[in-house]
Every structure is written in structure tokens, then in C-alpha cells.
Design a protein around this ligand. Structure first.
Ligand code: ATP
Length: 291
């Protein structure tokens, strides 16, 4: 997957016993819940090459090289401030909106340069994002989901009906909301609001879904529903998620990349990163020794 992955085959860092004691149990749930069978040779959906990102003088991302395989879930992990969200926001050019932010290197979507060949709006339609806090618009459930398609010129009611239903189904919330489509979205629970926001992101038929700690504000049951959902979404979408919850990364991701102080320490198959990482810093982090 990356240079770091290649190095990993030659040197393995010992994961402290504390990690081994809890990881196998988490793994049992992982396999049951995600049912993942990630193909080893999936095509690269998005690629990051020699990426450096500066917030004015601050060097927030340093020489990042990483590939995101199509129809797989990649988790970005690392301690607070290591640059996970910055990388996520670079993938759909949300950082364009930050004054003084400068990006060097290359980010590709299906091999096309996301900064030089694609305009930001079409990139963001293809690379959707769900944030930490559920942020439905203060309007009906239906209008929340129809908002993006309407913005893209779809006005026909029957067409919108189909999109709204399919998006809510894809977000695993159709059954809960089909009789409440006209109700204000702000009246939903936090977990329902977040799945509605996922439906809203899916309504413009993105190819990649970015999730920035999208369950951290939710209760365990809502979190489990969204984790299940992510396992299903990858049949249609490429998912890239930032998470502080290492068991969540284990449960739902195929690939994991570990970041520290703006650098990517290593990336590879999630199983390998958690059970036999190449770098002792990764071993310490996944064992909960810091972060
Ligand atoms: N708009 C900004 N302007 C200046 N510095 C920023 C900006 N956004 C982030 N940073 C800095 O860049 C670094 C990386 O931040 P980022 O939010 O990407 O980290 P993170 O790993 O996602 O952290 P967390 O897990 O706490 O969300 C931090 O030092 C942060 O203070």
C-alpha cells in the first residue's frame, strides 16, 4: 500500500501484551459485524503523494504517501493534533476555505489530480463528507436529503422521491423515517440525525465518503448502527474515516494508517497494524500507551 507497508514486512514491532489481551475479543466482533473480505488487489480510488500541508508557517502534514483502495474502509488513527482531520479535509479540498493553508504534492481521484484537474465543487460532489457533530439543516427530513440533488438541478418530484428513499435506505434509516419525512430533522435523536446526514451526503451519489469522527458524539447503540452501516456502505462507496476509537477501527476498517506529529508512521492492513505493526510507536499507540 505504501512505502511504510513495504518496510513492515521486514521489521515487526512487538505489540505489548496489553494489546493482545483485548484485541482478539474485538476481532471476533469485527468479523461478525463487518463481514469484511477485502480484496488484496482493489484499485486505488484516491491517492496521496508527497503531500505537505502548511497552515501559514505551521507544517501540519509532512511528506504523506498513502493510497485508499476502492470499496474498502480506511481508518486514519493517531493522537490529537497529529493531522488526521487535516488530511481528510485535504481529500475534498475543504482546506481551500482556510486562509493561509497551502498544499504541496498531489492528491488524485481515479488518477486525476484533485487540485489541478478537477474543480472543487465537482470534487466535493464525488467526495462527500460527514462531520463529528450531526448537523442537519433546520428543515424537513425529506428536504435535508433532497437538498444536494436540488442544488445540482434535479427538480422533478418523482426523481427526488426515488433519490430520497434510496439514500435513506442506504443510510439504514428508511424504516425509521419513512413516516416522518415531513417532520423537522431537528426533532430526531442524535443517532438518527447522524444517519440522516449520511443519507444527505449519499444523495448526490458520491464515490468516496469521508467520515470525521462521525460517531464520537453518539451513544453506543447509535455508534453500533453506524459501524454496521459503514460495513454495508463499502459495497458502493470508498470510505475513509478518522477515529479515536481503536476498537472501532478494528471493527470496521480494512486498512489503517497511523499518524504522529504530522507524519504517517505506517499504513497497511488493519489486522497487521493492530497485531504486528512495524514501528514501535504504532505498537505503543494501539496498545493504549499514549494518545
Ligand atoms: N485552521 C487551522 N489553522 C491553523 N492550524 C490548524 C488549523 N487546523 C488545524 N490546525 C493544526 O494542525 C494540526 C493538526 O490538526 P488536525 O485537526 O488535523 O489534527 P487531528 O489529528 O485531526 O486532531 P484531533 O484528533 O484532535 O481532531 C494541529 O496542530 C492543529 O492545531
Amino acid at each position: 500500500m505504501t512505502n511504510a507497508t513495504v518496510e513492515k514486512t521486514t521489521t515487526r514491532a512487538a505489540v505489548p501484551a496489553t494489546a493482545h489481551t483485548y484485541l482478539p475479543q474485538a476481532r471476533v466482533r469485527t468479523v461478525e459485524r463487518s463481514g469484511r473480505q477485502a480484496p488484496a488487489d482493489a484499485p486505488v480510488k484516491m491517492g496521496v503523494r508527497n503531500l505537505d500541508l502548511f497552515y501559514q508557517d505551521f507544517h501540519a502534514l509532512k511528506g504523506i504517501n498513502l493510497e485508499f483502495p476502492q470499496n474498502q474502509v480506511t481508518a486514519l488513527i493517531g493522537p490529537s493534533g497529529c493531522g488526521k482531520s487535516t488530511l481528510l479535509k485535504s481529500l475534498n479540498r475543504m482546506n481551500d476555505l482556510v486562509a493561509g493553508c497551502r498544499v504541496e504534492g498531489e492528491i488524485t481521484l481515479d488518477g486525476e489530480d484533485a487540485y489541478r484537474s478537477l474543480d472543487a465543487n465537482s470534487l466535493r460532489r464525488r467526495v462527500g463528507m460527514v462531520f463529528q457533530q450531526p448537523n442537519p439543516f433546520p428543515m424537513s427530513v425529506y428536504d435535508n436529503v433532497a437538498f444536494g440533488p436540488r442544488t445540482h438541478g434535479i427538480k422533478n418530484r418523482a426523481d427526488l422521491d426515488v433519490i430520497v428513499e434510496q439514500s435513506l435506505r442506504d443510510a439504514a434509516i428508511w424504516d425509521e423515517l419513512k413516516d416522518r419525512l415531513k417532520k423537522n430533522a431537528l426533532g430526531l435523536s442524535g443517532g438518527q440525525q447522524q444517519r440522516l446526514c449520511i443519507a444527505r451526503a449519499l444523495a448526490v451519489r458520491p464515490e468516496v465518503l469521508l467520515m470525521d469522527e462521525s460517531t464520537s458524539a453518539l451513544d453506543p447503540i447509535s455508534t453500533a448502527k453506524i459501524e454496521d452501516l459503514v460495513g454495508e456502505l463499502k459495497s458502493k462507496y470508498t470510505v475513509i474515516m478518522v477515529t479515536h476509537n481503536m476498537l472501532q477501527a478494528l471493527r470496521v476498517s480494512d486498512k489503517t494508517a497511523f499518524f504522529l506529529l504530522g507524519e504517517m508512521v505506517e499504513a497497511g492492513d488493519t489486522d497487521d497494524i493492530f497485531t504486528s505493526p512495524a514501528d514501535p510507536r504504532t505498537a505503543d499507540y494501539v496498545a493504549g500507551r499514549f494518545g
